[in-house]
Ligand binder design. Structure first.
Ligand SMILES: [Zn+2]
Length: 385
């Protein structure tokens, strides 16, 4: 038996007036998906447990079969894992944005003008050299990608409430609060002189948030009995793969953007399954980016690309290999009219090539009356455990 998990990030949406009150999933031309839904089982999954933020870290943890209420410690340690960092028990990881905060305290740009990774890496090395032991404790700055970096600090620095900077865009920056906030504030203040000295980045300080300890997740193999692989362009999902022992397959054209190599991801899945993997997860970010951009046209295009450029030949490739099962669902909704994630439950689809389900339609309205199942329980159903 082969298993595939398809994650169109943020694909779930809301009814849109310009679509006659329909959702993008209802309007997009997706004949293969419609055929799969007609022979499978559709329902609703609560991928974001109550009280947790509706992020891709939380939603994809659910999809992989791990209850975020139990295993999620924060976003930063998952990104740290993607960078190959392993935290000691006496360390906490913070997400460290290169951000632009104006003199009057407004969060002008949480992404600090999107510096190149090369330029940002020089800034982060300078921060590490000058602040690494200059703030009364051993802290480490680790360069990541573009504006997204990691600070590793002593465990007691975890005791703070931090606001994600992308929730503060064009608003007054809300500084950390709580017992460790003074230490965080000291680092953020001290970073201004260092970051500001680089003419080739628009960012002028670091912003610390998303902290957490090393998550203690059992391996995916132990959880499911499956050797698994995944393909994604997103650090958080790579990090979840690292933390659970899932093989991360590189596809050069996987960009995390509208122009991603859909066929490359599909073929990576088929190749990996043919080579012996039991399960493969295909993640595509384009639907989420279209939601954030408020770009309905790109969201429809990304959905149709899923159908035409992934699902159609994926299904025929799987058929040629033998019996298979598929789980398809997003990690959270990203409605184009809201341009941000929501905590709503999402439609899911389960298909078994050998046993027809009750059949249905894969859309938000068609599953609206279903009682949501906890998202992390679907993996066990997929692999029959
Ligand atoms: Zn998103």
């Amino acid at each position: 038996m082969k298993y595939v998990v398809c994650v169109p990030d943020g694909c779930a949406d809301l009814p849109i007036a310009s679509l006659g009150g329909r959702t993008p999933l209802e309007v997009a031309n997706m004949p293969t998906l419609a055929g799969l839904a007609a022979r499978g089982e559709v329902g609703r999954a609560a991928v974001i447990p109550p009280g947790l933020p509706p992020g891709s870290d939380v939603g994809n943890m659910s999809i992989l079969g791990y209850d975020p209420a139990r295993f999620h410690t924060g976003r930063a340690p998952i990104e740290a894992a993607a960078l190959g960092l392993k935290l000691r028990p006496d360390q906490v990881a913070y997400r460290c944005n290169l951000s632009t905060v104006s003199g009057d305290g407004t969060m002008v740009d949480f992404a600090g003008g999107h510096p190149s990774t090369e330029a940002a890496t020089r800034v982060v090395h300078a921060l590490d050299a000058q602040l690494g032991s200059g703030v009364g404790a051993d802290i480490e700055f680790h360069p990541g990608v573009q504006y997204r970096h990691i600070l590793v600090a002593p465990a007691d620095w975890a005791e703070a409430d931090c606001v994600p900077p992308h929730d503060l865009s064009d608003k007054p920056a809300v500084w950390p609060t709580g017992p460790a906030s003074a230490k965080l504030r000291a680092v953020m203040d001290a970073s201004r002189e260092i970051v500001g000295s680089f003419d080739d980045v628009a960012a002028n300080q670091v912003w610390l948030w998303g902290q957490g300890f090393q998550p203690q997740m059992p391996s995916f193999r132990d959880q499911t009995g499956c050797e698994a692989g995944l393909v994604t362009a997103v650090d958080l999902i790579r990090g979840l793969g690292v933390l659970t022992g899932i093989d991360i397959v590189e596809v050069p054209g996987a960009t995390g953007w509208f122009d991603t190599d859909y066929e490359g991801k599909r073929d990576a899945a088929l190749r990996s399954l043919e080579a012996g993997a039991d399960l493969f997860l295909i993640h595509v970010e384009a639907t989420d980016e279209a939601g954030h951009a408020g770009n309905l046209d790109e969201k429809l295009k990304a959905l149709e690309a899923w159908d035409r450029r992934i699902l159609t030949d994926l299904v025929s490739g799987l058929d040629a290999m033998g019996p298979w099962r598929m789980l398809l669902l997003p990690d959270h909704p990203t409605p184009v009219e809201l341009k941000t994630h929501t905590t709503d439950s999402v439609p899911y689809l389960l298909v078994d090539s050998e046993h027809d389900g009750p059949g249905g339609t894969y859309s938000e309205p068609a599953t609206a009356a279903c009682d949501p199942v906890p998202g992390h329980e679907l993996m066990a159903r997929l692999v029959g455990r």
